[in-house]
Design a protein around this ligand. Sequence first.
Ligand code: C5P
Length: 403
Amino acid sequence: MELHDKRILLIISGGIAAYKSLDLIRRLRERGAAVRPVITRSAQEFITPLAVGALSASHVYTDLFSREDEQDVGHIRLARECDLVLVAPATASRMAKMAHGLADDLAGAVLLATDRPVLMAPAMNPKMWDAPATRRNLSTLQGDGIHVIGPKSGEMAESGEAGTGRMAEPLEIVAAVVALLSPGEKPLAGKRAIVTSGPTHEPIDPVRYIANRSSGKQGHAIAAALAKLGAEVTLVSGPVTIPDPAGVRTVHVETAKDMLLAVTSHLPADIAVMVAAVADWRVASSSGQKIKKQPGEAPPPLQLAENPDILKTVGHHENRPRFVVGFAAETQNVEENGRRKLAAKGADLIVANDVSPQTGVMGGERNRVMLIAENGIETWPDLDKAEVAERLAATIAKRLNAL
Ligand code: C5P
């Protein structure tokens, strides 16, 4: 119920996209918002007050000079008794009126009188959207602090014409409303974070490599969660098949050596979270050519060499981030091994998890972790990896800000 207790004044102006506003009302109410609709005269050519009233379970306001409505609430109260004014669709004509402060109808009067945030979802023919007058009106409105969602490109409902002008989808509008009304805290604003994620690939020859079962899901989710709290995040990812997370700068690498280089070249930072399942060993002298099978000969021996320990390097670096987190993927003695790792790697926190095959953690969607720090341990229940990431990001923010 992201919009619990939130009151939205929804102004529906007269365009074909008004039919989508009926769904928008439902979506807003599903999230707990109370929706009070104002529909303009031209909107009533597309949708009826009856439908809007039924879906919103509210009185529908239509006239500036309705004696009944004015005595009931009045346009000033309508403008103030809400947390957000949402104009969807906002037609070219409505945008023009808004830009000039015209108050010759109820919607105009409310928009002029409100001191609440205003979000509009423009919808019009692409030619009208591109018209110089609309461009001017848009920049005036943005300059006035009006928030805008869409329009999108695609085919127009009425003409089949392609171009930009389609109203954003109801769920996108709802997401923009949620973002405006509950922007969330940004305790990591101004902080730089480096996160490693995924496996590494260590070549045997140009076509073969040593790898492991890490999917990158946990590391990528942590990068996204830190970014959501306002951190500037660089994600150094080994080869994975999942997409780069939004709001994060992702650097792709293959080997442990490359990963170390990418990580250290991004220091200094405030936070390091080393989640990658880095291969402990690489092939000492990987072949430049594909190794051939020779009939009658024994298989070639694989000489291994130790890879650099990225976490340990960062944990003891002259530019050591103020908060360093390591992971400990264990199959036995999880706590004991985690504690040992905390000291050896120079980390502030070790997130230990049991990756025995029966847990399904490697490559799976869920994780059960234990947080090991100098001053104690904490065990979390079995959670979705995204939830582990969010909790961990919040813990890091709290710990870092307490340092
Ligand atoms: O020693 P172990 O591999 O169990 O330690 C796991 C932690 O160390 C993880 O945070 C992992 O990302 C990190 N690590 C690393 N470089 C290595 C090996 C592990 O950064 N070569």
